[in-house]
Design a protein around this ligand. Structure first.
Ligand SMILES: Cc1cc2nc3c(=O)[nH]c(=O)nc-3n(C[C@H](O)[C@H](O)[C@H](O)COP(=O)(O)O)c2cc1C
Length: 445
């Protein structure tokens, strides 16, 4: 008979379910009784643009010559109703990130970088700063559930208006801004007391559904003389229906933000477990526009985890008109720079993993209101880095488009794509590589 009581294992076996991170979170919760808040987007792996590949041209398609043949990248946003649509030179825009979550220098740098490349930047849950308006050639003004920073004069100073219904990091939830980031200036712009933790509202008090939203959009058009495009931004949860309802409400542009999308501060459980991946959202939003006969008439901006020109090209091939970036833009400015590794370690983290953006102690001077830290970010140099990065994203997307034989990045189409996994094939409605099989509903919702 075997004696099991003293049989030592040769190796300890760790649980995939109760992995090291999960254990540390249980211990942290047990010690503090407080749930975790952090910035950035979903960190676990979910199906993404990496699961798609382009079919470059060869015999049956004819590629374009990189150095001689043109491949356009310009895009008009807001052609449905607005007298003055937004004309972007590149199909990449800067997503809304609030003053308060970001320093004034960071907002200025975003404006400088975007303007140098002929694209727009966006305000956020905290109003419009003069630094940002002054350095942004095209500025989209966010109209948010929290109403923080809402100022009718600023509405008029903007080039477009973005009504925020939700964000991909937290569809159905509101953001947070902890007291240490609510300085005199942030407080006065948001009409809040200094130094007290704030939670943004999760829904706007002025409307409960598409019928009221239609009235609100009409009101905003009247205030701005029907000049400015009106965007509606939703967090990806039910993008088919949300896109259809945004179109019904009168939106010129729909912005769909997937679950990988960054946030300044939200509950970790929300970031990782609510909403659907960007890849799954694009096709549904495009299908809604197609079913309504509005594809390309109401433009679609997609965001959430866009990192390189391949991501840009894939989003466009699936039917988006442009993409927006948040996290990647912050990294281009200098966020999580290994140069500050020792300081990140002192905060208990590491360059590349730092996400305690709500704490306001960012060594790179980006997600902070601390004057000494903020002064570390030179808005001119940071703006230049962002412009370089935007140029690379555009060149990479053009390179792919040319290889697929397209004279404009918007001519990329689902036919240029295949998927590496069954999941991605079903979500994006493109065939599994090496087959003609599109699993799932074939695009019907
Ligand atoms: C620091 C930070 C602040 C943000 N603030 C806002 C905001 O005020 N309003 C909003 O609609 N979205 C906000 N977002 C979300 C972005 O607009 C965008 O949806 C998201 O960052 C896109 O995903 P990405 O970060 O993977 O590029 C914020 C994101 C970050 C990283």
């Amino acid at each position: 008979m075997n004696d099991h009581s003293h049989t030592p294992r040769t190796k300890p076996r760790y649980s995939a379910t109760f992995d090291e991170y999960t254990l540390s979170e249980i211990r942290r919760a047990a010690a503090t009784g407080i749930y975790d808040i952090r910035g950035a987007g979903a960190k676990r792996k979910v199906p993404h643009f990496d699961d798609l590949l382009f079919l470059g041209a060869s015999m049956s398609r004819y590629p374009l010559e990189g150095y001689r043949e043109r491949c356009g990248t310009d895009i008009l946003l807001g052609t449905r109703f607005a007298k003055k649509p937004i004309a972007l030179k590149i199909p990449v825009t800067i997503a809304g990130m609030s003053f308060g979550s970001l320093s004034a220098n960071a907002k200025e740098a975003l404006g400088r970088g975007a303007s140098a490349m002929g694209t727009s930047t966006t305000t956020g849950d905290g109003g419009m700063t003069n630094e940002e308006r002054g350095h942004s050639s095209m500025l989209v003004y966010q109209y948010l559930p929290s109403r923080y920073g809402m100022n009718p004069d600023d509405l008029k100073r903007a080039d477009a208006i973005e009504i925020v219904i939700g964000q991909g990091a937290k569809p159905g939830g509101g953001g947070m801004l902890l007291g240490q980031k609510i300085t005199e200036r942030v407080a006065s712009m948001r009409t809040l007391p200094v130094g007290i933790d704030q939670r943004s509202a999760c829904r706007h008090p002025d409307w409960t559904g598409p019928d009221d939203l239609e009235i609100k959009i009409e009101e905003l058009r009247e205030i701005t003389d029907w000049e400015k495009p009106i965007y509606v931004k939703v967090g990806a949860a039910r993008p088919y229906y949300d896109t259809a309802l945004a179109v019904k409400s009168g939106a010129d542009v729909v912005v769909v933000d997937g679950m990988q999308g960054g946030t300044a501060a939200t509950q970790e459980i929300f970031i990782e477990h609510v909403g659907i991946p960007t890849l799954a959202a694009v096709r549904q939003a495009v299908k809604a526009l197609q079913d309504l006969g509005m594809h390309r008439k109401v433009q679609l901006i997609v965001s959430g985890g866009i990192r390189n020109g391949a991501d840009v090209a894939k989003a466009l091939a699936l039917g988006a008109d442009a993409v927006a970036i948040g996290t990647a833009a912050l990294v281009a400015l200098g966020d999580n720079d290994p140069h500050y590794q020792a300081e990140y370690e002192a905060l208990g983290t590491s360059a590349g993993a730092y996400d305690d953006w709500h704490e306001g102690r960012d060594p790179a001077g980006i997600t902070t209101q601390d004057p000494a830290l903020m002064a570390r970010l030179d808005p001119v140099a940071a703006g230049r880095r962002l412009a370089n990065y935007l140029a690379v994203l555009t060149l990479e997307a053009q390179t792919i488009a040319r290889a697929c034989g397209k004279s404009h990045v918007h001519n990329l189409e689902p036919e240029d794509l295949v998927a590496l996994t069954i999941e991605a094939a079903a979500m994006a409605n493109v065939p599994l590589a090496g087959t003609s099989w599109i699993p799932g509903s074939n695009g019907n919702f």
